[in-house]
Ligand binder design. Sequence first.
Ligand SMILES: C[S@@+](CC[C@H](N)C(=O)[O-])C[C@H]1O[C@@H](n2cnc3c(N)ncnc32)[C@H](O)[C@@H]1O
Length: 220
Amino acid sequence: MNQDAKDLLLRGAAQIGVELTADQIGKFALYADELKKWNRKINLTAITTEREIALKHFVDSLSISRVIGNEGRLLDLGSGGGFPVIPFAIVNSRIDAVSVDAVEKKIIFQRHVGRTLGLRHFEAIHARGEELAARYAFHFDWIVSRAFSDIPAFVRMALPLLAPNGTIVAMKGQGGREEAGTVRPALEILGLEIRQMLEFPLPISGDRRCLIVMGRKTGE
Ligand SMILES: C[S@@+](CC[C@H](N)C(=O)[O-])C[C@H]1O[C@@H](n2cnc3c(N)ncnc32)[C@H](O)[C@@H]1O
């Protein structure tokens, strides 16, 4: 990863409230190198320039830090090349992070990255999200996804896995607020409510982002 992309990562992360250490920057650089190398053989991402990887994968993924606490168990459903879970795990060693994807070669890549970066609190599992309930019923404090599915399909998959006081976070782009408004009745039927909607521009590019934070309805 070149110096320009590293500077962008450092600056972009700081703008969303994450101060990266030199050690963490080194890990992101290794991750970017492996992503580019493996992407020549297996389809992990359409984003291939180092600047774009720094911004649209790394900084974007780190934005979930704004709504996720400092401890507990986190699940990323449909994580592909490891987003948002691996960037989050690089900066957050107190959360046990589990990554799930239905495509085995993507999980093999993620395990390789986890080993290379020494992420001991990170595990990558090859499975469909629908298959996890037997092993992980009510297990996760935080369940996140990016570019995975519409909100109702995501939360239906997440609910059996969510701890009683757990939180679901859907990472959306422009149109996130509108989608949240449309699905509110469906969420209601599932016993969920939207607790927070955080809209912000992605640093540097200004692209719109929206984090939709949901949990089980309380007081009933
Ligand atoms: C568009 S990619 C997004 C990857 C990553 N979250 C990102 O933002 O770069 C969607 C991913 O979800 C995975 N996927 C789709 N349906 C799934 C399911 N039912 N269970 C687990 N993974 C699934 C696909 O294999 C793919 O890697």
